[in-house]
Design a protein around this ligand. Sequence first.
Ligand code: FES
Length: 137
Amino acid sequence: FVPPAQESEDGSILAKDINGNLIPASQILAEPPGTRALVAGLAGEPTYLTVREDGTLHPWGIVDNCTHLGCTFPWNPNENQFQCPCHGSRYDPEGRVVRGPAPLPLKLVRVAVETDFIRISPWTEIDPRTGQKPWWV
Ligand code: FES
């Protein structure tokens, strides 16, 4: 068995764990709905993937990089928020700012399952949360 190409011309990559090993989609989808799984995404950036209620992966990944000053932050399942420990910014489950000082929603990437791997590619279309061109493009 040969896994799909790990990097392709469109700038996409396959999700890996922190040790640099490819992560099978089935491993993440074995987690309960609502799980936010942290993987190494584009340029190795830590990226949250969401397991949806129907047991599939959400097509948006959320980059774990606070739009205030770039801290990484945990998912707080009890409050259903991403909460930045550096200066208290909070984001809703889709990465919209709930509380500052963060000025912008969290960056998105595109997520797709390809055979049993997870392809992550740059999000260049309209940001579905704002209806605007993404701030990171
Ligand atoms: Fe996240 Fe300042 S870096 S709140």
